[in-house]
Design a protein around this ligand. Structure first.
Ligand SMILES: C[S@@+](CC[C@H](N)C(=O)[O-])C[C@H]1O[C@@H](n2cnc3c(N)ncnc32)[C@H](O)[C@@H]1O
Length: 362
């Protein structure tokens, strides 16, 4: 539950007084789990923590005046079992015994449970950390490059993507600390060759492209880059500053149900579109030429060129005119742009966009 929701609930409680049993019913279904059902439930901890927090939020007054609630002890007992398990609950220090006897003080009972919960969490975190360290140690000890025979056997089988991915990660790890992690007798070249093969198989790149990329980037950056290539690009639009300001455009589109944000810090005209209730390429604003649908990377050559007013610029491959219209906007419809397009049919989309976006044509 969001903190806002909690504080609102708390506020309303102090003014009106809560329907206590109903709140419990809201938090936990009518059919409450039996102790045996929950005693070995060790996962789903986020949900449980949230429930615990809800309980704490709701229960201040109950702790102090719980007598009027016949479910309170039973609930408390169930909750304790939920967190610590039946065995712990039945221990002599539980204070919420299976016979339903009350502890000396409800407040100290909760404090004790809370302490026990903290201890248990700390134990679990330590166990998880130990396990992770053990796995890392085991993996680093175990990893070795595949032998020729193993590679031959692999070649006769469909690609094992999980294995490939693991090997890619391992090779990158070894290459990033080659002196300490390399296999005895193995050369950096051997790892690189294997990495090239695995990247080609895993991502479906050809040898040439992988070869070029591996020469251009350190391996960990290369992996980041390739993973970024796998992600779908956001839909972007560029505000046509010949006709509109980005803020005004964003406002109108938001009202139409287009969910968007400024593209990024590096662009003052781009908007990233997450989703839309209307076809983004057919809004009245689009028809009126207030924006161009254009991928963010296509802004960059024009930004790098930084066209100035009254310049002469040649766009060598222009249709459908994303960059031509951006250049025209930056030049504020001054100067001359030579927009070349080889394919005649594509001239139609180029001309249509120039007209729509208000680029002055001869
Ligand atoms: C990727 S699109 C260009 C996109 C455009 N620059 C934009 O920002 O909207 C490539 C265009 O270049 C055209 N083209 C390719 N080779 C060309 C050439 N030698 N001369 C003129 N146009 C060419 C293609 O027909 C195609 O329409």
């Amino acid at each position: 539950m969001a903190p806002g929701a909690l504080s609102k609930k708390k506020g309303s409680k102090s003014s009106k007084g809560p329907p206590k049993k109903k709140q419990k019913g809201d938090l936990f279904s009518e059919k409450r789990p039996k102790k045996a059902d929950v005693s070995d439930d060790s996962d789903g901890s986020d949900e449980e923590v949230e429930q615990l927090e809800n309980f704490d939020e709701d229960s201040d007054s109950e702790l102090l005046s719980g007598d009027d609630d016949p479910l309170a002890d039973d609930f408390d007992d169930w909750f304790y079992v939920m967190w610590y398990g039946a065995e712990e609950n039945s221990g002599s220090d539980s204070g919420a015994g299976s016979d339903g006897s009350d502890s000396d003080s409800d407040v100290s009972d909760i404090e004790r449970k809370s302490r026990a919960l903290d201890e248990r969490r700390a134990r679990e975190e330590k166990d998880a950390d130990d396990e992770l360290q053990t796995n890392i140690a085991e993996e680093s000890d175990e990893f070795r490059l595949p032998t020729e025979e193993e590679l031959e056997a692999e070649a006769n089988l469909p690609p094992d993507l999980q294995n490939l991915q693991r090997r890619i990660q391992e090779i990158v790890r070894v290459l990033s600390n080659f002196k300490d992690l390399r296999q005895e007798g193995a050369k950096r070249k051997d790892y690189i060759e294997q990495l090239k093969m695995d990247l080609s198989s895993y991502y479906g790149y050809n040898d040439f492209l992988i070869g070029v990329l591996i020469e251009m980037f350190p391996v960990n950056e290369l992996l980041e880059l390739i993973n970024a290539f796998e992600k779908p690009r956001p839909i972007c639009l560029r505000t046509n500053t010949l006709k509109a300001r980005r803020r005004d455009l964003a406002e109108v589109l938001l009202k139409r149900g287009v969910n968007l944000d400024p593209l990024s810090k590096w662009s003052k005209v781009g908007l990233a579109v997450y989703d839309s209730q209307v076809p983004i390429g057919a809004t009245p604003e689009y028809m009126a030429g207030l924006y161009m649908l254009q991928s963010a990377n296509s802004f960059l050559p024009v930004m790098a060129l930084a066209p100035q007013e009254k310049e002469r610029i040649v766009d060598m491959a222009a249709a459908p005119g994303g960059k031509t219209t951006y250049v025209a906007a930056l030049m504020k419809n001054t100067g001359i742009i030579y927009a070349n397009e080889m394919k005649e049919p594509r001239l139609r989309s180029l001309t249509a966009n120039l007209n729509r976006m208000g680029v002055q044509t001869p």
